[in-house]
Design a protein. Sequence first.
Length: 307
Amino acid sequence: MDKFNLNYIENKNIYADISDFDYDSAKIVNNFHKSFDIYEKTPLVDLKNLAEEIGLRKFFVKDESYRFGLNAFKVLGASYAIANYIGEKIGLGENNLTFDEITLVETKKKLGEIIFTTATDGNHGRAVAWTANKLGQRSKVFMPKGTTLERLENIRRENSDANIMEENYDDCVRLAAKFARENKGVLIQDTSWQGYTEVPKNIMKGYMTMAYEAFMDLKEKEMLPTHIFLQTGVGSMAASMTAFFRNVMKENPPKIIIVEPNKANCLYRTAEANDGRLHFVKGHLNSIMAGLNCGEPVTIGWPILES
């Protein structure tokens, strides 16, 4: 099995660059997602009764179960990363990316046959498979031991070659990377390591549509957040949301609270050690939190969360 060098820094005093996660960048990302004919802004749900019960002025939840009919935010990152890959291949800049442009017959002729490859607990892989299917391309998805058959079948319905492996999530990432190298595939993975950062960064940027929508809704209500709770697997989504809100609320930044499964708590362990190294959870990650069952933090996301 390939081993990646995931020790992310030599110098503890790292500066986290969040310049690509500002308002203007988020608007470009949102414009791309708006070019999908099925785009609809997902609701920011006002939990009035809960807020009253626990003594808060307001408590909102961004409900991504409506996103593109896939019931998860992951498609925002996967579609944007794949679109950027295609744009680079055909000479189309980030500002001009649209769904119509990347699905043109002429575009596919220029690209030829591509197999997009990834590892997933479910939602990210389904997003990659869905996007590949929309493009008339192939996908290969590796899923960790313990994945439910329902999640597997959801991905296979997108004409994907998907299988549940005997390995855990992080080892499935290695299998996907190996497959991509050996089969001239394109790895679309939502975590990073040394030498693999461009695609995961674009995935993180893709998630900004969710932050942008929420920010605009809250701004309209004249009640910007004081606290933001974010779930994490490897930490890509959490880092993206954190970077965006730290950019757009520089004068009065919200407190960011990270929540992860206690049996896959790689970010907690990394924060607790506080030694400039990433800390992993190994072996079979026995947690019911499907989609968050990840033992190795994203290298380009952790510095953002740390700082």
